[in-house]
Ligand binder design. Structure first.
Ligand SMILES: Cc1cc2nc3c(=O)[nH]c(=O)nc-3n(C[C@H](O)[C@H](O)[C@H](O)COP(=O)(O)OP(=O)(O)OC[C@H]3O[C@@H](n4cnc5c(N)ncnc54)[C@H](O)[C@@H]3O)c2cc1C
Length: 496
């Protein structure tokens, strides 16, 4: 008889765990509370337009351990088309100043030196750091299964990147920019406006641009919804069972051993192993009633800053609106939309580069901005309705500034708020990528196992500050590696 694995949550971490669990011969069931799998990695259709919530880039589109996971889980296959944008983003402000971030570092370096020759040396140093970061290779094995030899083997190849980590691992972006000592007001204003006013990790900034340069962080045509569906297909094909519209209330524990889950409709599902790929906070503090907390977990949930949630205003435009840049970011700080002051500006994503996102002759455009959870958490139904109407009006006015005359072609407007995300996925305070990567937590992660609790594993974005699709899928794989170790069976990863 095969052993039973039950997985809470059908986001990317849960689907990954499900695929590897079924591949390794376990009778596997994923319990998902929403009516579709995907979690944050989702999209919805309105009048023929597709409004994507997640995918901007996927680290691992061409190589490395993440790439292997994407192939093994059917995220990438012979039919997937990868789009590498030449322009990463176009930054602007209300005064009409423009600044470009190119994906190719050589091109970006030249562009930066052209606009700020006085900063040639600082720009050169920053670009070297980014190029070195390309040498970072994620591990294929869970931390608990690595031996010192695994670390020794990668040491010579990764030495330059270790130096980057050693030098900047404990710096915020502002501290890093200060060290580089830029003189150009234009460069300083863009860099500090985008990354400087938060405790945002310098390494996160350096690595992100390094990944684009390697063309290892492309966009997959079709976006988030088909990406998650390809994983569902793989899971089903391996004989896994996905149950949607079922909410896990509690994890059943007997004598400190996880034995299954209790659903909100009262159903008990017995299992030999439980993997929670749901929201980290609700797993630990609600489904397990806070009984299994390590010092690290206690510290993290009390002290680490969360991602500020977003409002997404999606527009269906009855016209082709071409764009050279997939993302336009306005960094001006004096603007507001509804009751939110735009401390971090707003972004406009024009999906004309992906023909699957709108019917022929039409364009999907999405405006996003950060909006603190405290504005939303206590809003009643009447205020909420009013706020959504205000958002539609204000966001349309900003879109009109970017594309004058566009208003008369708007066919659909859809507003998704932090409350929308929380109600569909249960994500804590709308923090769609978990913990913000800061100078204090960037090099840290939380353990997949909780103290004293047997046969239970955590997977997903809440284990790694910064979150994202790659660590979510990777921890799903690692959870099954640990179960295989416990079962004394070889872990397989390329079946089906
Ligand atoms: C706007 C936006 C842009 C992003 N851009 C990128 C990007 O370009 N690249 C990138 O790598 N990442 C990006 N991300 C982040 C990425 O989407 C997430 O980090 C990742 O999808 C998290 O996956 P997860 O499985 O760990 O968690 P989740 O997606 O949150 O999945 C958790 C699942 O558990 C379910 N669940 C919760 N509680 C229960 C319960 N009690 N019972 C049953 N089910 C439950 C939820 O419904 C959900 O499906 C973006 C996210 C957003 C919102």
């Amino acid at each position: 008889m095969s052993k039973k694995v039950v997985i809470i949550g059908g986001g990317i971490a849960g689907l990954s765990a499900g695929i590897y669990s079924a591949m390794n011969g376990f009778e596997t069931r994923i319990i998902e509370m929403h009516d579709v799998a995907g979690g944050q990695c989702t999209a919805w259709d309105r009048k023929g337009y597709r409004f994507d919530y997640c995918l901007h880039w996927l680290v691992g589109t061409t190589k490395g351990a993440f790439h292997e996971i994407w192939k093994e889980t059917n995220v990438l296959n012979d039919k997937t088309e990868i789009i590498d944008h030449e322009i990463h983003s176009q930054i602007m402000d209300d005064a009409g100043n423009e600044f470009i971030i190119y994906s190719n570092i050589d091109r970006w370096e030249k562009y930066l030196v052209d606009i700020a020759p006085e900063d040639k040396e600082s720009i050169r140093k920053m670009c070297i750091d980014m190029r070195k970061s390309a040498l970072l290779e994620p591990f294929a094995l869970a931390p608990e299964l690595r031996n010192p030899l695994d670390y020794l083997k990668i040491l010579p190849r990764m030495l330059p990147v270790f130096n980057v980590i050693r030098k900047f691992g404990r710096l915020t972006c502002s501290e890093y920019f200060d060290r580089l000592n830029f003189k150009s007001e234009r460069i300083k204003s863009v860099f500090f406006s985008m990354y400087g006013n938060r405790d945002f990790s310098a390494l996160a900034f350096i690595f992100m641009l390094g990944w684009f340069n390697q063309k290892n962080a492309g966009y997959i045509k079709g976006g988030s919804y088909p990406l998650a569906q390809r994983m569902v297909d793989k899971f089903n094909g391996l004989g896994g069972k996905l149950s949607v519209r079922k909410r896990v209330e509690n994890i059943i524990v007997e004598n400190n051993v996880a034995k299954g889950v209790l659903l909100s409709d009262g159903t008990k599902i017995q299992a030999d192993y439980v993997i929670s790929a749901a929201d980290g906070y609700s797993t630990i503090f609600s489904m397990l009633d806070g009984h299994y907390i390590s010092k690290e977990i206690d510290f993290a949930y009390k002290n680490w800053e969360l991602f500020t949630p977003i409002v997404q205003v999606s527009f269906g435009i009855n016209k082709v609106i071409p764009s050279d840049s997939p993302i336009l970011i306005n960094i001006s700080k004096d603007n507001s939309i509804g009751n939110t002051k735009l401390e971090n500006g707003y972004s406009v994503m024009n999906y004309s580069f992906d023909t699957t996102m709108a019917p022929e002759g039409k364009t999907t455009i999405v405006l996003r901005y950060d909006s603190p959870w405290k504005l939303w958490e206590k809003m009643d139904a009447k205020e909420y309705k009013g706020e959504k109407l205000l958002i539609q009006k204000d966001a349309t006015a900003y879109l009109e500034k970017v594309y004058p005359g566009i208003s008369e072609f708007i066919e659909v407007i859809d507003v998704a708020t932090p409350k929308t995300d929380v109600s569909y996925t249960g994500v804590k305070d709308g923090a769609y990528e978990g913990f913000m990567p800061s100078k204090t937590n960037m090099m840290k992660s939380l353990k997949m196992q909780l103290p004293k609790l047997q046969n239970f594993y955590m997977a997903g974005q809440w284990l790694f500050p910064g979150g994202g699709l790659p660590p979510s899928a990777q921890t799903g794989k690692w959870a099954v590696q640990l179960i295989c170790k416990k079962e004394k069976q070889e872990f397989v990863f390329n079946k089906g």
